[in-house]
Design a protein around this ligand. Sequence first.
Ligand SMILES: Cc1cc2nc3c(=O)[nH]c(=O)nc-3n(C[C@H](O)[C@H](O)[C@H](O)COP(=O)(O)O)c2cc1C
Ligand code: SF4
Length: 502
Amino acid sequence: MKIYVPMDSAAKALGAEDVVAALRAAAPEAEIIRTGSRGMIWLEPLVEVEIDGLRHGFGPAEPGDVAAILDGSSAKALGPVEALDWMQRQTRLTFARVGVVDPLSLADYEAHGGLLGLKRALGMLGQQIVEEVRTSGLRGRGGAGFPTGIKWQTVHDAEAAQKYIVCNADEGDSGTFADRMLMEGDPFTLIEGMIIAGLGVGATKGYVYLRSEYPDAIAVMSRAVEIARTTGLLGADVLGSGRAFDMEIRKGAGAYVCGEETSLLNSLEGKRGVVRAKPPLPALEGFLGRPTVVNNVISLATVPVIFEKGAQAYADFGLGRSRGTVTLQIAGNVARGGLFETAFGITLGEVVNDLGGGSASGHPVKAVQVGGPLGAYMPVSKFDTPLGYEEFDQAGGLIGHAGLTVFDDSTDMLGMARFAMEFCAVESCGKCTPCRIGAVRGVETIDRIAQGDPTALPLLTDLCETMKDGSLCALGGFTPFPVMSAVTHFPDDFARLKEAAE
Ligand SMILES: Cc1cc2nc3c(=O)[nH]c(=O)nc-3n(C[C@H](O)[C@H](O)[C@H](O)COP(=O)(O)O)c2cc1C
Ligand code: SF4
């Protein structure tokens, strides 16, 4: 009997280890295979039992459910996992193997299409590889949505004895977990993507900058790199091709701003995580002053499937200039939270109400913050906005790393605006005045609004304009998004408090 249980940290946090112990005690003869998570977090720990070649799900499982799961009488039976609505409605390209394979089995990886992309890339010139990524339309999934092919072209064209690939696995945005899930559930995909990036731009060394709060991802990635080295996937002779690429996992110390690429590079060099002025671009003078590709985990982990299926096959999905799939992370006060990969174009309302099932509290949804702590609060009136970089921009929002945090009608939006300013004040690297000082003044100004000071609201608007225009990076520059979206879309929350003070 084969039983699959995630070892993903979300599943572990919800009790997967206790369920595994109970399964081992009740069915010592069963083969228990640890996987990543399918992304249905509300069903975790999700136990899958293979019956007639199909994996049948049971969840959320508790140790007391094990006997019934094993004798087929469980009320938590969900049927074949692949047939569940959540799975059926997805287009799983980047996450195709997550939740399916044993993350640390290279054989399992290859049995599920792993390394096909790299094998194809090994037969291509660097310029052809860069061209393929350009044709795919892939844009950076870390936040800015910058075209990956253009970034790679700049590094490819730069003359240098040494170039680098740096994977940004800092994943600091609130409500985001796609990077973690990918690294814990399918680490070889990221390794393969980084090797292809190295082949494309002429880099022989890579680093994954991984946040310290992700011990499981660090452990899985580190072990996967060791396996890749011993099997000849990494090293001086990648898969016997005569081409070299090796990589290391580096642990970040835990600062939101260290996810900003230049701050990350400083931290990686052992310096304080302070933002660098651009130019020079990291693509020209990045890690140790050498040409460097800095890409998000999901951007790099999407590269193998682009090479496996072909750039055009990837570009055929999507909307407008947002090609391929988006890995939505649905979180906050929501009935069904989790990871859902789908082509760009799905509307915000479909994600929140249809997939997410509305709020967990049962109260009406009031707002959704899309794109982490620097993203706008989108009101229900904007729920027809399709997920696309330009479409969100036009609606006054941003997609960022595609994290969605849902809030119900009990949320005080003035409090959320204050929180955004406070977050910026705490996390500011301190390099530029609009952010370092502005965020502190922002908190004070919002407190004045709460106390009913009529002069404070225009002051806040003015301050946000200054932060937007004068900040060196998006931490100070984008904090006005959550703040001003709260003011614009939820004026009652600002006026009500004013009235109470009068
Ligand atoms: C304050 C701040 C925090 C950021 N945090 C992250 C992060 O955690 N992960 C990430 O991939 N990008 C983050 N970014 C974006 C990076 O600066 C950069 O655009 C990204 O790593 C480039 O990769 P991509 O093109 O693949 O998205 C952050 C940017 C800012 C301004
Ligand atoms: S905006 Fe803030 S985080 Fe960014 S460089 Fe300026 S002080 Fe540093």
